[in-house]
Design a protein around this ligand. Structure first.
Ligand code: SAH
Length: 391
């Protein structure tokens, strides 16, 4: 166990139980961090917290306890059990794909677990929790009883110290894992897909989309696996078009429609840069009942915010110009560094430039299987604004 001593006056974030300990707050380091365990002392030598130690990261420790308890397999079991019970209460019926453990939101900083049917995908996000792999894997097996467990390590390089991002599967032949969401059939590309294979965090937005799609047309931008279109078509949409720059993503989108017995016309899958595609559609004066715009994170770090704001504004301005009066735009941002307030302002300024009036009908982020701890509001990254076009 490594002993991290805080600089004088750096206790405040610990008093608020914030789970991130930044390296700038550390006065001295003692001992050996080989087991990934950190003990945090204040300048008065009082033990304040315990957690996992990631020497290569700016967030040098992720804190798990503030009551003197040293994290071990029993603690992992308790935290995973609590996470499992929460899912039992909040998941919709006929849903076998969900986030089972959501890092700080389940008081398990650095650990993500997604479940797709019988397959669990564990993502060890930091160098610290990587050292706890054996206990973590064993606790996942005891609490969730997956038929198979895959381990990924996809945290950012800076967070991981020297070790590389990697995905390790115990049975390399597994790629597409079937599961259900609200009775719809999907596949998670667990070996090479984005995230742990599927964007589980958009489930509630897919449900809302399905509920208002009947008889309407939908344009799905940055479609990845086309899951929004599947929800729209299953809800009775007249037509849904997916736009993405990746062939592999569009192939999965075709597969998803086929698996649900939905129409999959070749013209409904467009491989293009969304910015170019939207400019073409805008100059052709296309009009859609519903446009979904869910791009990748434009701001990966704080310094990217200004550039990201320009990107969000441009993409929203173009998307808005395609929405019929009376129609809807679902616009999302998953950039943690662009907060809800800033995102709404960007979207407003896009509407002004588009010469259109939109009203917010709902704000919908990630579902309840992606809980956000009040102690760590940074865990809230996905913002979705449902807008209806007045004029
Ligand atoms: N909306 C998706 C998730 C989007 S992930 C869902 O609900 O599942 C982002 C997607 O955007 C990826 O599939 C990526 O291939 C695509 N992408 C990124 N930049 C793009 C661009 N400029 N034009 C088109 N597609 C892009």
């Amino acid at each position: 166990m490594i002993r991290l001593r805080l600089k004088k006056g750096r206790e405040t974030s610990l008093e608020r139980h914030h789970p991130w300990l930044f390296s700038g707050g550390i006065a001295s380091v003692e001992g050996d961090g080989a087991d990934g365990l950190a003990e945090v002392l204040d300048s008065q030598e009082r033990v304040r917290a315990h957690g996992s130690y990631s020497p290569g990261s700016q967030i040098v420790a992720r804190l798990w306890t503030f009551d003197g308890r040293v994290p071990d397999r029993a603690l992992l079991l308790e935290r995973f059990e609590a996470a499992r019970r929460l899912r039992e209460s909040v998941l919709p019926p006929r849903t076998t794909g969900y986030r089972a453990v959501n890092s700080e939101g389940d008081l398990c900083p650095g650990i993500l677990l997604d479940i797709y049917g019988g397959v669990a995908v564990l993502d060890l996000l930091t160098g610290g929790v990587e050292k706890w792999e054996e206990d973590t894997v064993s606790a996942v097996n005891s609490v969730f009883h997956p038929e198979e467990l895959l381990v990924r390590r996809t945290g950012s390089e800076r967070d991981r110290g020297a070790s590389k991002s990697e995905i390790r599967t115990s049975k390399s032949e597994i790629r597409l894992v079937p599961f259900f969401e609200n009775g719809l059939r999907f596949f998670a590309d667990v070996a090479s897909g984005q995230k742990t294979g599927f964007f589980l965090d958009q489930r509630d937005n897919r449900m809302r989309l399905g509920a208002l799609s009947k008889g309407r047309t939908a344009l799905n931008l940055f479609s990845y696996s086309g899951a929004f279109s599947v929800a729209a078509l299953a809800g009775g949409a007249e037509r849904a078009v997916d736009v993405d720059s990746s062939d592999a993503a569009l192939e999965l989108a075709r597969e998803h429609r086929r698996a649900n017995g939905l129409p999959a016309e070749e013209a409904d899958f467009v491989r293009a840069d969304v910015f170019d595609d939207l400019r073409r559609r805008a100059s052709a004066e296309e009009r859609w009942d519903i446009v979904v715009c869910d791009p990748p994170a434009f701001a990966k770090k704080r310094g990217d915010v200004a550039g990201a704001a320009r990107g969000y504004k441009e993409i929203n301005r173009l998307a808005m110009s395609l929405v019929k009066p009376g129609g809807f735009l679902l616009t999302c941002s998953c950039s943690g560094h662009v907060d809800a307030d800033l995102f709404q302002k960007i979207v407003f300024s896009a509407a002004l430039d588009a010469g259109a009036s939109f009203s917010i009908t709902a704000r919908q982020g990630a579902g309840a299987d992606h809980p956000v701890s009040l102690e760590c509001p940074e865990g809230e990254y996905l913002k979705g604004l449902w807008l209806s076009r007045a004029i």
